[in-house]
Design a binder for this molecule. Structure first.
Ligand code: COA
Length: 295
């Protein structure tokens, strides 16, 4: 598009960006104002801004999780300039940046019904690798049963999680709301230290594990992993609601990969968020770094 320039976002773009993000999703708005300060200071990835004749009209964020794992988020084009190829142009710039970072894998998550976002990704070679059904619950008063995972138990917990059906279905990813990241020992250690891992035992053996990270975008908690026996899953899911209340969060959410898990979290009192289904897309290896001409 003539007059379109792609550059790094700057603190001075804040007002214009907030303005065009005001109604990204009807009835919700956007989470960009909540992450702006963090993103603008982030020196590891890149925060790209698209301007047309000097006016900001779009953006995208590249977040570098380390160990070659990159996450894309915050792709936005202001309504007035949609369907004119701006997102495609932004993504070309994203790819140019990725060729410099040389990540092992790049992922993003979007709504399963967000045709535009999915199309933009597929065009650049992204493939769907996981799906999530999004549920939520208000915080509730209740007694937490089960124990906090301890560092001394990390290997046992990690083994349990890595062998779980849940992780198999999410391609090894753990959800932080709409952000998915690889489960590693280091990440689990962080969650344990933050008291974000709950476990249930039966006859001394692990019967269930739940991880409920803080969701930075919506400033709440989310069940990013849950598995075990059916009764352990419902109980741990209930515990998350009690924790949300104790910790003063506005709600708690969970994204589960199948109808089977969904039935269990529904039993624990979670409600489906209308039509909110997630899809996680990925490119890896030479698809990221090759110099082949992208569309
Ligand atoms: C998603 C978004 C960034 C696309 O921006 P855009 O500048 O309109 O996209 P483009 O014009 O570059 O189009 C990219 C591709 O998507 C397709 N597309 C764009 N909008 C579409 C729509 N509403 N429905 C179906 N396809 C659509 C285009 O046809 C194009 O495909 P093509 O190149 O094969 O023709 C924009 O719609 C937006 O800001 N949406 C709200 C925020 C959002 O959903 N972000 C992504 C969340 S992960």
């Amino acid at each position: 598009m003539k007059g379109l320039r792609l550059r790094d976002a700057r603190p001075g773009d804040k007002k214009a960006v907030f303005e065009f993000c005001r109604n990204t999703w009807v009835g919700y708005g956007d989470y960009i104002p909540r992450v702006w300060d963090r993103w603008i200071k982030d020196t590891r990835g890149r925060f790209i801004l698209a301007e047309l004749d000097g006016v900001p009209i779009g953006m995208a964020k590249i977040s570098d999780f380390g160990r070659g794992e990159v996450w894309l988020e915050g792709l936005r084009v202001t309504r007035k300039y949609r369907r004119k190829g701006v997102a495609n142009e932004i993504n070309l710039e994203v790819l140019k940046t990725l060729r410099r970072i040389k990540p092992r894998v790049v992922r993003y998550c979007t709504g399963a019904t967000n045709d535009a976002s999915r199309k933009v990704g597929v065009k650049f070679g992204f493939e769907s690798i996981a799906r999530g059904r999004y549920y939520w619950s208000k915080p509730r008063k209740g007694i937490i049963r089960g124990g906090w995972g301890r560092l001394a138990e990390i290997d046992e917990i990690l083994k349990f999680m890595l062998a779980s059906r849940f992780l198999e279905l999410t391609s090894g990813l753990i959800g932080e709301g709409w952000i998915y990241r690889e489960l590693t020992r280091a990440l689990l250690k962080k969650y344990i230290k933050q008291r974000r891992v709950l476990i249930k035992r039966k006859a001394g053996r692990l019967d269930g594990v739940a991880v409920y990270p803080y969701e930075e975008n919506d400033e709440t908690i989310t069940l990013g992993f849950i598995d075990g026996s059916k009764s352990a899953i419902t109980e741990l899911a209930r515990n998350c609601k009690y924790l949300a209340r104790q910790m003063g969060y506005p709600y708690c959410s969970v994204a589960v990969p199948t109808r089977g898990y969904a039935a269990l979290v529904e039993e624990a009192g979670y409600k489906r968020k209308d039509s909110l289904r997630q899809v996680v897309l990925e490119i890896s290896g030479s698809a990221v770094t090759s110099r082949r001409k992208h569309p």
